[in-house]
Write a protein that binds this ligand. Structure first.
Ligand SMILES: NC(=O)c1ccc[n+]([C@@H]2O[C@H](COP(=O)([O-])OP(=O)(O)OC[C@H]3O[C@@H](n4cnc5c(N)ncnc54)[C@H](OP(=O)(O)O)[C@@H]3O)[C@@H](O)[C@H]2O)c1
Length: 338
């Protein structure tokens, strides 16, 4: 039996839709998912450009990190799922487990049921953004800065504390804001374009700095105008040399900052910690915390403590992904140059 998949044909190669063998039953401990939506992620064009992450022997490679669909088959030993359940999943970059194909495999512990109010498209966009925020803020070191390793309801612990989110309107940033609100931070200062302010307030931002009006060179002055209270945590989703330097300057002695791309901070000081997050459940040391997150996520979505990013459906099925990735790359280059 065959299925359609979007293949990256070789290292640094091109994407093309082709027919490949289709798995027909789930393995033990796993589910087989009929994919309805696969979310785009900047990592996919980064993989195409840089050749990173995918071993040579895995080409032609199937990508697609975030998936929503219906359960087609339930593997031996899996409880809590039945055929036809609407589910979403954070995939690993292994061909049969990736999202850009009609059917994919999934370890059951990293699959969650989709609350009724969310569409497949909405659910597919949640995992990487949410996980990158949650690992960075909540998991213990070295995965994150350890604000809530049990990922349970924390009331009071962060009251009176301030957090800063550089790049609050990014896909990751929107989840960072919501998790900081869930943790109970009193002040959540967000750096983003002013056009997003009213929306970001609905997610939990309390104070906003317009990146179109305030350059990074004036970032610390803008923060000091808002608060003189100690900064509990800084999260930089942008990852430019300037954003990391501006965020680093705001970390108090003994404080911590989460970054999403490699550390480029020069002139480091003792007692300030940087954690590079990896928002994926599959590496061995990520699995335990990932399982915790996936078990709690449906209720957080049901209660609207976490809401998905705004979603755009792309036409054209698997072919639409290629055009979408190209647009996301162009859009990002355009925005960064502004
Ligand atoms: N380590 C990991 O596991 C991991 C996981 C996911 C993503 N990432 C990385 O994290 C970064 C963010 O990814 P994403 O998917 O969340 O991004 P995204 O949604 O594509 O972010 C786009 C937004 O970035 C904002 N932006 C660009 N330059 C900015 C600046 N100088 N200051 C403030 N905002 C700026 C723009 O916001 P405005 O509209 O407000 O101007 C734009 O709308 C990427 O580099 C990605 O590769 C890493």
């Amino acid at each position: 039996m065959s299925q359609k998949a979007l293949l990256l044909d070789s290292k640094f190669g091109s994407f093309k839709v082709a027919a490949i063998p289709r798995p027909t039953s789930a393995l033990a401990g796993e589910l087989l998912i009929k994919v309805h939506a696969s979310a785009l992620n900047p990592l996919e064009w980064k993989i195409q450009d840089s050749g990173m992450f995918i071993p040579d022997e895995s080409y032609p490679a199937v990508l697609g990190l975030d998936v929503a669909g219906e359960v087609e088959d339930v593997g031996e030993g899996v409880i809590g799922f039945t055929k036809g359940d609407r589910v979403f999943y954070n995939s690993g970059l292994r061909n049969e487990y990736a999202g850009n194909q009609q059917y994919c495999r999934a370890p059951a512990e990293f699959v969650a049921k989709i609350p009724e109010k969310l569409s497949y498209s909405q659910a597919s966009t949640i995992p990487t953004g949410f996980l990158t925020a949650a690992y960075g803020l909540c998991a213990d070191a070295p995965l994150g800065v350890g604000l809530n390793p049990a990922f349970d309801d924390v009331i009071d612990k962060f009251q009176g504390k301030t957090a800063i989110v550089i790049g609050g309107s990014t896909s990751v940033g929107q989840y960072v804001i919501q998790i900081l609100r869930y943790l109970g931070f009193s002040t959540i200062i967000v750096y983003a374009s002013g056009s997003h302010f009213s929306y970001l307030k609905t997610l939990g931002a309390t104070d906003l700095i317009d990146r179109k009006a305030v350059p990074f060179s004036h970032f610390d002055t803008a923060i000091k105008k808002i608060t003189s209270s100690p900064i509990g945590v800084v999260y930089d989703t942008i990852g430019s040399v300037d954003s990391q330097a501006a965020g680093y300057k705001m970390i108090p002695n003994g404080g911590k900052m989460v970054i999403t791309v490699e550390d480029e901070v020069k002139d480091k000081a003792e007692g300030k910690e940087l954690v590079l997050v990896f928002g994926n459940v599959h590496p061995e040391d990520h699995r335990e915390f990932g399982g915790k997150l996936f078990s709690k996520l449906p209720k957080l979505l049901e209660d609207e403590i976490i809401v998905p990013n705004k979603v755009e459906d792309l036409p054209g099925g698997l072919d639409g992904i290629v055009e979408g990735l190209r647009n996301s790359e162009d859009l990002r280059a355009m925005k960064s140059a502004e």
